[in-house]
Design a protein around this ligand. Structure first.
Ligand code: 5GP
Length: 114
């Protein structure tokens, strides 16, 4: 098991998050520090995997479920087009070592934000 992270605490309910989607094995919630008009995190409930490389090797069906939830959210919150970003390792920008996908969308609205 990976060490408990802030996302493990969101899964357990210790830290609140507004759930935008939930399946048996996956949840999604807005990023606390959004980098785009739509910035949603999709995470598995299990704390077993630190990054997408471990997840792909250990449970590819769970990875596919995360991608499926991401597509559904991009259709609900944007026009269905989106970036899906996984940071892998601290020097690549990963700060939370509980695998998560960043859904980034509606980038054309950046200009409205200044
Ligand atoms: P990473 O840099 O590891 O790929 O992404 C971690 C993301 O988690 C960051 O974009 C950060 O803003 C977000 N984050 C960190 N703590 C919390 C939190 O307590 N709640 C939410 N909703 N997002 C968080």
């Amino acid at each position: 098991m990976a060490e408990e992270t802030v996302f493990g605490k969101i899964v357990s309910g210790e830290i609140p998050a507004k759930l935008l989607a939930e399946t048996e094995r996956v949840i999604a919630f807005p990023d606390i520090n959004p980098q785009a008009p739509v910035h949603i995190l999709v995470i598995p409930k299990t704390t077993e995997y630190r990054d997408v490389t471990e997840l792909a090797a250990g449970d590819p069906e769970l990875l596919a479920e995360m991608v499926s939830v991401a597509k559904q959210l991009a259709e609900e919150h944007a026009n269905g087009e989106y970036r899906l970003i996984f940071n892998n390792g601290a020097s690549a920008g990963q700060t939370v070592f509980h695998v998560h996908a960043h859904i980034i969308a509606n980038l054309e609205e950046r200009s409205l934000l200044g």
